[in-house]
Design a protein around this ligand. Structure first.
Ligand code: ATP
Length: 284
C-alpha cells in the first residue's frame, strides 16, 4: 500500500478507555511532500503522529511509514526517521555542541554537527550549556537533533512554539531547504500562517476525524469564497461589499473614479484561519 507514499494510513483508530482519540483516519503523504496537520487541542494530532513514529500502539488500521509498519520498525527504520517532539531541549550540564555530537553517533550516516548547529541558528551557542538556552533556542536544539541523522522523513510536533517572528521565518527557511533536498515533512502546528507558508497540503483533524485535506489555498473551497471589497467614498467614509465578482465591482468603481486612485481600496478573501475556524466549528 505504500508505493510512492512516505506515509500511508488506512482506517486508523485509537481509543483511551472511553475517549476515542483517533477515529477511522485515512491519510497519504507523498515522498518529498510537506504536510501540516491542523486541529484544536485534543483533536488527536499527537496521537496520530506518535503512532506513525512508532511510539504508540494503534487499536486498528493499516499504517506504513517509509514502507514499514512503525509498530514493528527496528533500528534501521528508526535511523531513517527524524523526530522533533513537543519540547525537550535540556540536557543538564552538556553543551549544545556535546549534545548534537552525541546524538550524531546514533546514526549510520549523520550530518556534520557543526553544520547542523549553524543551520538551526545556534552557532554562537555551541559552547553554551543547554539549560542556559532560551525557550526558542531549546526548540532549535530539538530541531538540530531531529535532523542530525539526515532523515528521509521528519516529524515536527509544534516546532515553532516559543519562537520570535524572526526565528520563525528562519525556521521556515530551514524547512524549505530540507524539503527541496527531498526530505518528507509532517508537522503539526497551531499557527495557520505557518501551515500556509510551508505546507503543500494541510489536513484538518477535529474530534479524531480528518475533516479535510487540501492545499492551503484550496481548503474549504477558499479560492471561490466571496470576497470583501472595501473602498473610500468621496465623503470620506469606508464602504464594504461582499461579492462573488470582485473584479466587476472594482472595474465599476474604477470607472466611477474616472482613472484616479480609488481611496482605501482592498479586496480580501477569507484567510486560512477563517476557513479553519469555520471548519472545526462545524465539525465538532
Ligand atoms: P494538542 O493540540 O493539545 O497537542 P492533540 O490534537 O495532539 O492536542 P492528542 O494529544 O492526540 O490531541 O489527544 C487526543 C485525545 O486523546 C484527547 O482527548 C486527550 O485527552 C486523549 N489522550 C491523549 N493521550 C492520552 C493518554 N495517554 N491517556 C488518555 N487519554 C489520552
Amino acid at each position: 500500500m505504500s508505493g510512492d507514499s512516505a506515509i500511508s494510513v488506512r482506517g486508523l483508530r485509537k481509543a483511551y478507555g472511553q475517549t476515542v482519540a483517533v477515529a477511522d483516519v485515512d491519510l497519504s503523504v507523498s515522498r518529498g511532500e510537506v504536510f501540516a496537520l491542523l486541529g484544536p487541542n485534543g483533536a488527536g494530532k499527537t496521537t496520530t503522529v506518535e503512532i506513525l513514529e512508532g511510539f504508540r500502539r494503534r487499536d486498528a488500521g493499516e499504517v506504513s511509514v517509509l514502507g514499514v509498519d512503525p509498530a514493528a520498525g527496528g533500528r534501521a527504520w528508526r535511523a531513517r526517521v527524524g523526530i522533533v517532539l513537543q519540547g525537550t531541549g535540556e540536557f543538564d550540564e552538556l553543551t549544545v555542541g556535546e549534545v548534537v555530537r552525541h546524538f550524531a553517533r546514533f546514526y549510520p550516516d549523520p550530518d556534520d554537527p557543526a553544520a547542523v548547529i549553524a543551520r538551526v541558528g545556534l552557532a554562537d551557542k555551541v559552547r553554551a550549556r543547554t539549560h542556559s538556552l532560551s525557550g526558542g533556542q531549546k526548540r532549535r536544539l530539538d530541531v538540530a537533533l531531529g535532523i542530525i541523522g539526515r532523515p528521509e522523513l521528519l516529524f515536527l510536533d509544534e516546532p515553532t512554539t516559543g519562537f520570535d517572528p524572526q526565528a520563525r521565518r528562519d525556521f521556515w527557511g530551514l524547512i524549505r531547504d530540507l524539503a527541496s533536498g527531498g526530505t518528507t515533512i509532517l508537522l503539526t502546528t497551531h499557527y495557520l500562517e505557518e501551515a500556509e507558508a510551508l505546507a503543500d497540503r494541510v489536513g484538518v483533524i477535529a474530534a479524531g476525524r480528518l475533516a479535510a485535506v487540501a492545499p492551503p489555498r484550496e481548503l474549504g473551497d477558499r479560492a471561490h469564497q466571496p470576497a470583501t471589497v472595501t473602498w473610500g467614498t468621496p465623503d470620506g467614509r469606508l464602504r464594504s461589499e461582499v461579492t462573488a465578482t470582485p473584479t466587476a465591482l472594482v472595474a465599476k468603481l474604477a470607472a466611477e473614479a474616472g482613472g484616479s486612485e480609488i481611496p482605501g481600496l482592498t479586496v480580501t478573501r477569507p484567510t486560512l484561519e477563517d476557513i479553519y475556524l469555520t471548519m472545526i466549528g462545524e465539525k465538532q
